[in-house]
Write a protein that binds this ligand. Structure first.
Ligand SMILES: NC(=O)c1ccc[n+]([C@@H]2O[C@H](COP(=O)([O-])OP(=O)(O)OC[C@H]3O[C@@H](n4cnc5c(N)ncnc54)[C@H](OP(=O)(O)O)[C@@H]3O)[C@@H](O)[C@H]2O)c1
Length: 148
């Protein structure tokens, strides 16, 4: 299946599932993988992979909860290609250090809920907004989001 995808964007490709997708897809000889990361600190392995796969793996610094960043990523990708076959959003979280997954209404916290929506819903919507043009072409394309 992966061999059908020549040009790919992995959002949040620096660690976890995103980095796993990058590694798996790299082994299928794609034309290009664009992979976003928001800090070099958490992207050492991705950046090393990019150094070892020049012109194929293109890391892009961006925070995908920021609309301006997502718009800029789309502009950068558009300079390299006129289409994408696969977009996977891997940015998201189930819980963080301050807040676990809610198991009852008593645990709902408004600020945490808004923060969760920002991180778990916003990136997918922004990616859909800014990448729909590159995904519309005469071959099948896939837009997907990994989420809890
Ligand atoms: N792993 C699993 O088994 C599993 C199972 C089911 C569902 N999921 C869901 O799949 C998604 C990815 O899981 P994962 O295990 O790969 O997670 P992960 O290793 O924690 O990676 C999370 C990604 O989100 C980014 N991120 C975190 N906080 C952010 C913020 N405030 N703004 C922008 N980006 C931010 C991280 O960037 P930084 O490195 O810069 O923080 C990283 O790229 C999550 O929604 C998770 O809940 C995971």
């Amino acid at each position: 299946m992966y061999e059908d995808f020549g040009e790919i964007l992995i959002n949040g490709g620096n660690r976890g599932l995103g980095l796993g997708f990058v590694k798996q897809l790299l082994s299928q000889a794609p034309q290009k993988i664009f992979a976003t990361y928001r800090s070099a600190e958490t992207a050492k392995e991705l950046l090393e992979l990019a150094t070892n796969n020049p012109r194929v793996l293109i890391p892009i610094l961006a925070d995908s909860t920021c609309e301006e960043d997502v718009s800029n990523v789309a502009k950068m990708v558009s300079q390299e290609t006129n289409k994408l076959d696969l977009v996977i959003n891997c940015v998201g979280y189930l819980h963080n250090a301050e807040h676990g997954p809610e198991k009852s209404l008593r645990q709902i916290n408004a600020n945490q809920l808004l923060e969760s929506a920002k991180m778990n819903a916003l990136p997918t919507l922004l990616l859909a907004k800014y990448f729909q043009k590159l995904l519309k072409h005469d071959q099948p394309s896939v837009f997907s989001a990994i989420s809890a």
